[in-house]
Design a binder for this molecule. Structure first.
Ligand SMILES: NC(=O)c1ccc[n+]([C@@H]2O[C@H](COP(=O)([O-])OP(=O)(O)OC[C@H]3O[C@@H](n4cnc5c(N)ncnc54)[C@H](OP(=O)(O)O)[C@@H]3O)[C@@H](O)[C@H]2O)c1
Length: 310
């Protein structure tokens, strides 16, 4: 009998990637039977999933729905949705993990992130979406259940929505990414949709080997200059780095202050100590070497999802 693998966020990028990966892997598809957990079994995405896997209603706002959804499961993949407040995000993870334990699940895989606050020695305080996941990870680590962690780098998918990394046409007609930080900052990039499953799949294939470990999931660390050169090749435009002042960056972002503060801390954090801390390069290389399958390069991603420059 295959073990039941419950996947939270199966209708989203990370969870959907794991569903597809497990279904297409000859070994994992025999070892695991997927149970996709969704708040709405009637949504368009949930209905599409029903053609492939078992889809079960589960909503953190309704604990008894989780108790039903996690009955009989062996392994639980937990991720949290964006835009939850830090306290809600922590409670979400805690509730799912507690119910998994009560229901006698054997293994939790949690999509975590590093604690920016800790890694920066308390310098950065606004990247709560990182810190709260790190805190939730610590909660899971203390539970009497086996666990492993996947800490994903920055999603290549972010380039599909306008971001501070989207090249813009300057007044002199040149294309640039204007930032107040050096072009040497390092970005761990990951194609969340196609590659999350390759990291989590590694854990599913060898749960004992990865117990207690964190896979810092990214194809590799890309410097900003390298990314700009890849974007230039992909678009046929010469895209350069333009160094601007923090005040100018703030003005150009034209977003609510709280969001700009967060982006500015993110850039500062990438600069020092780095997304995964001072050992980031080593951690990313280790995870990439252990991933189950070839990871998508930034070049390949842009080929499949061309950058639209306006
Ligand atoms: N963007 C990045 O560069 C980056 C990097 C590292 C980590 N992350 C983290 O990745 C997470 C997002 O992952 P993703 O892109 O896979 O998410 P996503 O595609 O937006 O999917 C979110 C999933 O969460 C489920 N969900 C459960 N409760 C929810 C709620 N209250 N509100 C909205 N959705 C809810 C949804 O399922 P149902 O609707 O079916 O219930 C959906 O499948 C965030 O926590 C973010 O911090 C992002």
């Amino acid at each position: 009998m295959p073990n039941i693998l419950a996947i939270f966020g199966a209708t989203g990028q990370q969870g959907g990637s794991i569903v597809d990966y497990v279904l297409n892997d000859p070994e994992l598809s025999q070892q695991y039977q997927i149970r996709a957990i969704t708040r709405d079994v009637n949504s368009g995405k949930a209905k599409k999933l029903q053609d492939k896997v078992e889809v079960v209603h589960g909503d953190v706002a309704n604990r008894s729905s989780l108790e039903t959804a996690l009955t009989g499961v062996h392994t639980v993949f937990i991720m949290t949705a964006p835009l939850l407040s830090p306290d809600v995000e922590y409670d979400t993870v805690k509730t799912i993990a507690d119910v998994a334990l009560e229901k006698d699940a054997k293994y939790i895989i949690f999509s975590t992130l590093p604690s920016v606050h800790e890694l920066s020695g308390g310098k950065y305080t606004k990247l709560t979406l990182f810190d709260i996941k790190a805190k939730a990870e610590q909660y899971i680590r203390k539970l009497p259940i086996k666990s492993a962690f996947c800490s994903l780098g920055s999603f290549m998918e972010n380039f599909e929505t306008a971001s501070f990394l989207t090249p813009r046409k300057e007044e002199d007609g040149t294309w640039a990414v204007a930032l107040h930080v050096s072009p040497n900052i390092q970005w761990p990039l990951v194609n969340a949709v196609s590659d999350t499953g390759k990291f989590v799949g590694a854990i599913l294939a060898e749960p004992t080997k990865f117990e207690g470990k964190t896979l810092c999931g990214a194809t590799k660390m890309y410097s900003l200059s390298e990314m700009l050169s890849i974007m230039s090749k992909a678009t046929g435009k010469d895209i350069s780095h333009k160094r601007i002042s923090p005040e100018e960056f703030r003005k150009r972002m034209n977003l609510p202050d709280a969001m700009v503060d967060m982006f500015m801390e993110m850039l500062g954090f990438l600069d020092e100590p780095g997304y995964f801390g001072p050992e980031g390069e080593k951690l990313v290389t280790w995870a990439a070497n252990n991933a189950r399958g070839k990871l998508t390069t930034f070049e390949e991603y842009l080929e499949a999802h061309p950058l639209r420059l306006e």
